[in-house]
Design a protein around this ligand. Structure first.
Ligand code: FHN
Length: 443
């Protein structure tokens, strides 16, 4: 069976980079692991982590000169890099996949590309390809491996863009030069395919050109010719498999499924020692719950230092997240999007057979919870990770009306609440059935 072909679908998200759509004719189940994964860890690592400046954007935005930016090549050592420890940390967070920057917009490849000398292997004291050992470590841990790749390359002499508000040339005036660039980036994609066979290609930087200019269809086909199961994110100018909002939480549930929200742990993607605006574990966990409640995945970013050390605050966030995901595994993995807004004030998920509803309640909230429009009979309500059962009552059910009453769940004893988010398991008498009428008694 082939996945349906849905082409030219765009959705726009306030404040985020705008496009995503689905175009696919690949094996029908190739998205399954991704839909079940729920959590991925994003890693922005590159020479920008030497001085702790904005990844690539610092020279592009003229915050520093290109020459000074490139001096960071001399400081990228990877001397404390322990890919196995990274993979274990990722695993312990509960994440099922990881995505690492194999090349950001600055054009410095983290693998030993044969296309030019712009790599950590050729130009930095690290003198090595840092991607191979990481992918191997991830796979040993059973974690899917994703390759972030910037289509645009502000360092490449044949790429039109360089510094903000300027360009090397216009494609229409020098198509031969642009063709050389296309060959270059497509050769790099082939290298990534052949050397690493990524489970996920995570493109970025498509916004500077159209799908036709990028030859996006060809790039997609090249990847799938090598591995028909490879997943491609929604930033290949219209030729990806899923939507990728960034930083901004979609206010309305994305209609295009699956989707993935990528988000920083502080306010930067890469290592930025001057940025202490870290999310708290509570914020991270409530955001994560909100994402899965809406049927998405969270791709949560960390930015290691040039030597491979991961900032303590980021390790702390992943550890706390890990404790929570482990405790609430049944409510997260193997579930699907929960109740649509209006039925419950908060995130929720549903077991795949829809017989169990999971309700996510912010820390220390012991107050009465209400479910609206539930036709089912509740068999039991328990607090995950404890032996606590909760009682409930139905309010306002008229015997002769088909409209269900309101379900009031009795207080959660303080002693069984979770430090971050308590999760209730609500077992139903069958697949969930919801009333979505306007409130009339005979509807
Ligand atoms: O410009 C990049 C940015 O540096 C970062 O890599 C993020 C991650 O999604 N993507 C781009 C902006 O959309």
């Amino acid at each position: 069976m082939l996945r349906p072909i849905i082409s030219a679908m765009l959705f726009f998200l306030a404040g985020g980079f705008a496009k995503a759509q689905i175009v696919t004719s690949d094996p029908s189940d190739k998205m399954q692991w991704f839909e079940d994964a729920k959590l991925g860890i994003f890693i922005h690592w590159g020479i920008y982590s030497v001085d702790g400046v904005d990844e690539s954007w610092s020279f592009h935005n003229r915050k520093m000169s290109y020459a000074d930016y490139m001096k960071q090549l001399n400081g990228f050592t990877a001397k404390n890099y322990n890919p196995e420890a990274w993979a274990q940390l990722i695993k312990s967070s509960g994440a099922r996949y990881a995505v690492i920057t194999t090349k950001h917009h600055d054009g410095i490849a983290l693998w030993d590309t044969k296309t030019n000398n712009m790599s950590t292997a050729k130009l930095t004291p690290a003198r090595r390809d840092v991607i191979t050992p990481f992918f191997a470590a991830l796979r040993r841990e059973g974690i899917k491996a994703g390759a972030y790749f910037s289509l645009l390359d502000w360092s490449h002499q044949d790429y039109p863009g360089f510094l903000k508000d300027s360009s090397r040339y216009q494609i229409k005036n020098d198509s031969a030069r642009w063709k050389r660039y296309l060959t270059f980036y497509q050769t790099q994609i082939k290298e990534l395919s052949q050397q690493f066979n990524p489970d996920l290609f995570w493109f970025d930087g498509d916004w500077e050109h159209s799908a036709a200019e990028w030859q996006a269809k060809k790039a997609r086909e090249m990847i799938l010719a090598h591995n028909p199961n490879a997943i491609i994110n929604g930033r290949l100018a219209g030729y990806g498999d899923y939507a990728t909002p960034e930083q901004n939480f979609p206010i309305t549930r994305p209609t295009l499924q699956p989707w993935e929200l990528c988000m920083t742990s502080n306010n930067n993607w890469g290592y930025h020692p001057d940025d202490s605006a870290y999310k708290t574990p509570y914020e991270l966990i409530t955001i994560f719950a909100d994402v899965i409640s809406n049927g998405g995945n969270l791709l949560f970013d960390i930015g290691p230092r040039e030597d491979g050390w991961i900032p303590t605050q980021q390790v702390h966030l992943l550890n706390e997240l890990g404790k929570w995901t482990q405790k609430h595994e049944s409510a997260i993995f193997g579930t699907k999007a929960g109740l649509s807004p209006g039925h419950f004030y908060g995130p929720s998920t549903l077991s795949k057979d829809s017989n169990t509803l999971f309700l996510f309640v912010p820390a220390h909230n012991t107050g009465k919870l209400v479910i609206k429009g539930l036709y089912n009979t509740i068999k039991s309500i328990s607090v995950i990770g404890t032996d606590q059962l909760l009682t409930h009552k139905i309010v306002g059910k008229i015997s002769w009306s088909p409209v269900p009453g309101l379900v009031y769940i009795d207080d959660i004893p303080e002693k069984v609440t979770d430090e971050y988010m308590t999760v209730l398991e609500v077992k139903l008498d069958g697949a969930i059935k919801l009333y979505q009428g306007k409130g009339g008694l005979t509807e």
